[in-house]
Design a protein around this ligand. Structure first.
Ligand code: SF4
Length: 179
């Protein structure tokens, strides 16, 4: 039996919808786990990413912890995949880029409607927000992009099986969507 490929996944400034779409492959996940072993992922209890063949990331980079995790994935994964609109171009969270960061914090934690105990959280354990939400390719090199919000289960499954079989990735036009 050939050795299983190691796959890590993570969600940065994402909504977990791309992971849910991955799970939408339904019973085919049983075929997938015959071929791959999951490393760090929201689906496992592994805390740090080890050496992997494929890293799949949903969500853009919105805070300093996102940058650290993204760099860790790049350093450890032979192939890094940007999954979903947020990873590709910042997605809906990047709508905050049109506002000043301090104005966003003020609206959320100080003077916004319904705020009680006003004050911007400043515990050093909390990661700092970046001035702008960034797509992943602005931070590290990305090998493949899978668009969609979220990408369909079909396109994720086809992509993974092609990579696993060593075939060129050739996603049919009909499977490509950006919404
Ligand atoms: S691309 Fe869409 S589904 Fe995926 S993390 Fe972003 S908002 Fe969620």
């Amino acid at each position: 039996m050939t050795e299983k490929l190691k796959v890590a996944t993570t969600s940065l400034a994402g909504c977990f919808g791309c992971h849910m779409s991955l799970l939408d492959i339904d019973t085919r996940i049983m075929d997938l786990v015959q071929l791959v072993e999951f490393d760090r992922s929201p689906l496992t209890d592994i805390k740090t990413v080890g050496k992997c063949d494929i890293g799949i990331i949903e969500g853009g980079a919105a805070n300093t912890e996102n940058i650290e995790v993204l760099q860790m994935f790049r350093d450890n994964c032979k192939i890094l995949v940007s999954l979903g609109a947020c990873a590709l171009n910042g997605g809906v969270p990047a709508m905050r880029n049109q506002f000043d960061l301090n104005a966003c914090l003020d609206e959320s934690f100080v003077n916004g409607a319904g705020v009680v105990n006003p004050g911007v959280p400043d515990d050093p354990e909390l990661p700092s927000l970046l001035d702008k939400v960034q797509p992943l390719h602005e931070v590290v090199k990305i090998d493949y992009y899978i668009p969609g919000c979220p990408p369909s289960a079909e396109v994720i499954y086809d992509f993974l099986t092609r990579i696993l079989e060593g075939k060129p990735v050739d996603i049919p036009y009909a499977q490509i969507r950006y919404d």
